[in-house]
Design a protein around this ligand. Sequence first.
Ligand code: SAM
Length: 421
Amino acid sequence: MSDTGVPARLSAVYMLDQVLGEGRLMSELLGAGVLDKLPVEDRARAARLAQDTLRSLERADRILQKHLSKYPPLTVRNALRVGAVELCQGAAAHGVVNAMVEVVSRQKNFGHLKGLTNAVLRKVAADGPEAWAALRAPRLPKWLRGPLVEAWGAEAIGAMEVAHFAGAPLDLTAKSDPKAVADATGGVLLPNGSVRVSDAGQVSAMPGFDAGDWWVQDAAAAVPVQVLAPVAGERVLDLCAAPGGKTMQISASGAQVTAVDESPSRMKRVGENLVRTGLKADLIVEDARAVTGSYDACLLDAPCSATGTMRRHPDLPHAKDGSEFGDLIDLQEQLIDHAWSLVRPGGRLVFCTCSLLPDEGEVQIDDALLRHADMTVNTPVPDGIDPAWITSEGGLRLRPDYWADKGGMDGFYIARLDKSA
Ligand SMILES: C[S@@+](CC[C@H](N)C(=O)[O-])C[C@H]1O[C@@H](n2cnc3c(N)ncnc32)[C@H](O)[C@@H]1O
């Protein structure tokens, strides 16, 4: 790792430019290898700096505002934001200021702004940390806050923003024995049987990883299969399966799983996960709308806005503007209708999305009920889940502000749809 931290900070600033200037997601950037040239430790540091800054963007801007008469170009502004977040979170002033001055001096067209960078960050080092603590949790951008306030109310959204700012702990799903996994990893058991680990280091170095005793899965993401409640011997179809967290849960129940995903690279990860955990599933790379057959049960984890995962992906509200979601909502409707045709009479479909938008949850189910006379909603409440989270149309709504005292959960919508016999 570089002693100065300059390469990691240069990369963090580059990623912020891409997210905030070009609307690209961090996952796309990491997948495209933007950090591959850095040493492994610098990669983790660059990603963490970019994520921390995105999570704290509103606070950083408020702190910087009073030291800037006008906004500098985006790259320099992003360098100031990274520096401000580090300083306000307690990093040593000397190292941060010098490194960010160096980062700006290396920018082709903006090197002359290194003096400004030095002056502003010195002022932030002096008064920023105290002011930081008094600021509110950063708000979601308007394009997303508006519809969410309309759906859940201003108070709930305020609580979700607090949860987003806190970030997400590491949750594990045990293959067979949650208590043993909690003991081995130093984690705590959550009410639904997930294991929560605070201050986790490198995941692949944790006890039980090589043995395949568990996999990483947010506690909320484990609930759809708990709602499906597959039993040994059942034929279960897992549509939109990659990277396979739910496939492994279904397989661990003893059911025969057929997992489908249209992405070959993501399906490769399902295969690797199954090998590590010693679980079995038939894997099909195909558009879910082309699948044929008849199954006892089907899980449809449809592609969606992923707005339920913002604790973990603080880039999302800044990279997107909502214009992409209409196509996804249409696709979800097509997927529900096709999945329904694959469920045998008397069978069940669990539909879920990691979204906070009712259009990708409650409204989809209201509409599906109008299209299918043989469909009823009958969502059971799994152990440890609050029955008050069942919604008026009969689904289950999970939100980031739930389990606040335990560290929150991702946002999810889940509904079990039963087919007449
Ligand atoms: C929310 S993720 C699924 C997460 C997964 N169920 C899990 O628990 O690990 C959505 C997945 O849908 C896949 N997908 C999107 N459109 C699809 C389609 N038309 N047919 C099949 N898979 C699709 C994506 O490749 C992505 O892997």
